[in-house]
Design a protein around this ligand. Structure first.
Ligand code: NAD
Length: 431
């Protein structure tokens, strides 16, 4: 068992803290957001993540997980501190390191003995050196420390499962022994461990996210071609995915990727390439295709309805993907703003994300369920593929709507069944 701190209690930090405590470590999680810390101290998760509340309850009861705003309570006497603060996009798309720098200073000001600083946030290549420099500059006395990169690959919505069943764990450092020391914290997990240098570890995260985003934009480009040649992109993806060299995942055509990772990470990687004198043509195309997908569903609505002004449109889904309440860079936000600008009236429903959405979206009517969103609507637009939308009683939906129009931005319904039921139905990439 090791004494560990986790700095930042967002999606990554809170999951990491709770799961490290569940592996048997003694964990203190630090956040500068006092409101968040107050809620967490009562054992209440500040995000919706399946299974998280149970892990928190178990580990807090066992006295292995606690929360504080005070670095001085968390850092002295520790062996490891994980940094899991946000790295949002800066003005030109580059990752903004302000929180990483603040966290590094606070760690340096409070550490009293040898410490390994582990960076979990997604950061531009070389950030580990920036952390080293800042910590070195702010130490009150000569204390040895190491910096290790341990990029995080968990997915919101299945974060606990992903922590406990990772495909691989990556540790990178200028000091291999330090990286191996961090790897030992996870030895109870059965997985492949990759130990490498600092820059390569930092790059693996960006390359992985950029590749996944590329697969999504690739299949979306295929979807556009499918629509013109009367092919069905869902079956095309199935046929491609059966090839072991390709595999089936991340080949779902639709309204495009969103969330707090893919958009910002692809942008930051492209910016890094440019800063190094390169022209990231592929990454630029990936981003352009992704944004166009949002416009394409609006075009479909406009075409079927013969215009958007004063049309009543039900929006199914706000979260950027199912099983999360996260709406950061969610396609729904762009689509909603665009539809509002075009004069549409919107009735929205999401199983989890409405409390978060209410804080930034107020020109829409929030509905208690998907049926309420359908009531009196001229069209329904599926934006997030929540399971409960797949299970809707479509006959009931049809009787509630003013016009039976569904634009399915996630291809959750079967086009021929929708036609049989009498809907005017438009999916993505399906004839
Ligand atoms: P988040 O915005 O949900 O949480 C960040 C937290 O850090 C917030 O609670 C904030 O108050 C806290 N914070 C900021 N500055 C701080 C400081 N100086 N000291 C202590 N706490 C501070 O972010 P997230 O989604 O958890 O992402 C964190 C990092 O992990 C990002 O770099 C992200 O790209 C990466 N990542 C995220 C995911 C994901 O699915 N969300 C997956 C893999 C990697």
């Amino acid at each position: 068992m090791s004494k560990v701190a986790v700095v930042g209690t967002g999606y990554v930090g809170l999951t990491t803290a709770a799961c490290l405590a569940d592996l048997g470590h003694d964990v203190t999680a630090v956040d500068i957001d006092s409101e968040k810390v107050h809620v967490l101290q009562q054992g209440r998760p500040t995000i919706y993540e399946p299974g998280l509340e149970e892990v928190m309850a178990r580990t807090m009861k066992a006295g292995r997980l606690r929360f504080t705003e005070d670095y001085a309570q968390a850092i002295p006497g520790l062996e490891f501190v994980f940094i899991a603060v946000g790295t949002p996009p800066g003005r030109r798309g580059e990752a903004d390191l302000v929180y990483i720098k603040q966290a590094s200073k606070s760690i340096a000001a409070t550490m009293r003995s040898t410490l390994t600083i582990v960076n979990k946030s997604t950061v531009p290549i070389g950030t580990g050196d920036i952390v080293s420099r800042i910590v070195g500059e702010h130490l009150e006395s000569e204390i040895p420390f190491h910096v290790v990169s341990n990029p995080e690959f968990l997915r919101e919505g299945s974060a606990i499962h992903d922590f406990t069943h990772p495909d691989r764990l990556v540790f990178g450092s200028h000091d291999r022994t330090a990286a191996e020391g961090v790897a030992r914290l996870f030895e109870k997990l059965e997985t492949t461990i990759l130990i490498t240098d600092l820059y390569t570890a930092e790059m693996i995260k960006y390359a992985s996210n950029a590749f996944l985003a590329t697969r999504i934009s690739f299949i979306n480009e295929m979807a556009r071609i499918c629509e013109r040649v009367d092919a069905d992109v869902k079956v095309v993806a199935e046929g491609m995915g059966l090839d072991r060299r390709i595999g089936p995942l991340f080949l779902e055509a639709g309204i495009g990727y969103g969330g707090s990772c893919f958009p910002k990470d692809v942008k930051a990687l492209a910016r890094m390439a440019e800063n190094n004198g390169l022209h990231p043509e592929l990454l630029d195309a990936v981003m352009e295709i992704n944004l166009d997908q949002r416009t394409l569903v609006i075009e479909k609505l406009r075409e079927v309805l013969g215009g958007l002004r004063n049309q009543e449109i039900g929006i199914l889904g706000l979260a950027f993907k199912p099983n999360t309440d996260d709406i950061r860079e969610a396609p729904a936000l762009d689509v909603i703003n665009s539809l509002l600008l075009k004069g549409a009236r919107l009735r929205v429903y999401d199983p989890r994300a409405m409390p978060v959405a209410r804080r930034q979206l107020n020109s829409v009517q929030y509905c208690e369920d998907a049926y309420a969103a359908a009531r009196g609507a001229d069209a329904l637009l599926v934006v997030t593929d929540w399971e409960e939308f797949k299970a809707l009683d479509l006959e009931q939906v049809k009787t509630l709507m003013r016009r039976p129009v569904i634009v399915d931005g996630r291809n959750i319904f079967d086009p021929s069944r929708m036609r049989e039921l009498g809907f005017v139905y438009r999916g993505v990439g399906r004839s």
